[in-house]
Design a protein around this ligand. Structure first.
Ligand code: FAD
Length: 450
């Protein structure tokens, strides 16, 4: 880089989902974009083993893709999941639809295919280039000078605007922390995750591909999402340590015994399960909060780099895609003045990203524990009945998060209000019943007195 016109140049660090989508949006605005990615060129390579293979894409992510005309291509490889299939330890699995009429779906998408499609869309636009094998190790926010570690040693580059789309462990965030303009908290969960595979069975899906499968086990759980090759990718969310945790289950016999006891219906479907388990890495999960997301009017953070969340609402990538749409709007509002647009972006997104961070944490308890309870199922039926009775007036949190683009913070406020009204109605109901009982009792007394 260097030598050419400096105006309108943006360096995006990280060619993951956020970085590639961001490059598409910026190129559309007329920017010259260079994507710097630490990994080798992923195009045509097999996906990394044991690292989140697929993800659930819902309305927020689709809305962003629609804006650059990529929704059709991405959805062509998607598998719609219309609800949860809950697998008890013993007995028949039960289906719980996500929407009132059971017609709305979240979509299982291959992460590699989605990243490839976004990368191709970005680099297919004039003004975008991608540089692989470049790991950012240094950044001077005052000048926009970046240092990269490459196979050929250290390389320097600079740009008037540098955006960190380099994920939860963001090096750009790390440089802003060292620079002194940023503070952060990283709350790691006691649970980690590990991926396993259920291969196709006689050439077909071994489980219903129209559902997201959950094996809720109280303090831990397993989920499975379908893939276009008719396999399922299972993800274990288990405690890192302690009984039933990853650390205590490291011998083949113990692993097999545990699966036979806790996930008996999975064992016959996944012959390579124990080998998968022993070979695949354990990933960490956590919530990253930091401020400020920008420095010197030219460096900014976006996506997981700014606000990584736990994956239990299936919203991390959806939220990151929504970030890109919002940054585009902020550039509109600021007339492409980055020193104005970056603070505006943080101001507009902070409450929303905090809201989804909290909802995602709360959903872990719902998925691993509550979905198995009859009381929860009854509650869901009542909720769906209310949604049918009060269309548009009562809408469940799941619907608002997954099937709308209502800002996350508004979703939280609205759901809280709905619950307050319900509690008041339930209270009023109790009062009415109480009053009727008292009247009936009085009526009885009066009758005896006359
Ligand atoms: P990343 O995907 O982490 O991409 C960052 C990129 O930057 C990578 O390509 C990386 O190689 C590169 N990079 C990192 N450091 C450097 C450096 N120093 N220099 C240069 N490049 C660098 N979200 C959903 O919406 N739905 C789901 O169902 C879902 N399921 C999930 C399940 C699991 C188990 C996990 C862990 C996450 C899940 N997520 C889900 C969240 C989703 O994966 C993330 O929110 C999303 O990947 C964020 O995209 P990103 O581009 O910001 O970060």
């Amino acid at each position: 880089p260097g030598g050419g016109p400096r105006m309108g140049e943006v360096a995006v660090v990280g060619a993951g989902l956020t970085g590639c989508l961001l490059a598409c949006f910026l190129a559309r605005r007329g920017y010259q974009v260079t994507l710097y990615e630490r990994r080798p060129d992923p195009r045509g390579r097999p996906p990394e083993r044991g690292r989140s293979i697929n993800l659930a894409l819902s309305e927020r992510g689709l809305d962003a893709l629609r804006r650059i005309g990529l929704d059709g291509q991405v959805m062509a490889g998607a598998l719609p999941m219309r609800g949860r299939m809950v697998h008890p330890v013993r007995g028949t699995p039960g289906f719980q639809p996500y929407s009132t009429h059971g017609d709305r779906a979240i979509n299982s998408i291959g992460r590699g295919a989605l990243n490839d499609a976004l990368l191709a869309a970005a680099t297919g636009r004039p003004g975008v280039r991608a540089v692989f094998g470049h790991r950012l190790t240094g950044l001077d926010p005052a000048s926009g000078t970046m240092t990269f570690q490459t196979e050929d040693g250290e390389v320097k580059a600079s740009a008037p605007v540098v955006l960190g789309a380099d994920g939860a462990g963001s090096a750009v965030r790390g440089r802003l922390l060292a620079y002194g303009t940023l503070t952060e908290t990283v709350d790691l969960l006691d649970h980690g995750y590990k991926e396993l595979t259920i291969p196709p069975h006689d050439g077909d899906f071994a489980l219903d591909p129209g559902a997201l499968h959950i094996w809720p086990r109280g303090t831990s759980m397993m989920i499975a999402l379908p893939n276009p090759d008719r396999s399922f990718t299972c993800t274990l969310f288990w405690p890192a340590d302690g009984p039933g945790g990853f650390a205590s289950l490291d011998a083949p016999e113990a692993v097999e015994r545990h699966f036979r006891a806790e996930y008996p219906d999975v064992m016959p479907l996944a012959p390579g399960l124990v080998e998968d388990y022993l070979r695949n890495p354990v990933g960490t999960l956590g919530t990253v909060r930091c401020a400020s997301w920008h420095a010197e009017g030219r460096v900014g953070l976006i996506g997981d780099a700014a606000h990584a969340i736990v994956p239990f609402y299936g919203q991390g990538a959806n939220c990151a895609f929504e970030d890109v749409v919002e940054l585009d709007r902020c550039l509109d509002a600021a007339g492409d003045d980055w020193a104005e647009a970056l603070p505006l972006f943080e101001a507009r997104r902070r409450d929303d990203t905090e809201a989804i961070a909290r909802m995602a944490l709360a959903n872990f308890v719902e998925m691993r524990d509550k979905v198995a309870s009859p009381v929860f199922r009854l509650g869901k039926s009542v909720e769906h009945a209310l949604e049918r009775a009060l269309p548009g007036r009562y809408v469940s949190r799941y619907e608002l998060v997954s099937f709308s683009t209502m800002p996350y913070a508004r979703v939280r406020r609205r759901v809280r209000r709905q619950h307050q009204v319900l509690a008041a109605l339930a209270g009023a109901g109790t009062l009415v019943l109480g009053a009727l009982a008292v009247r009936a009792a009085r009526g009885g007394t009066g009758g005896r007195g006359t």
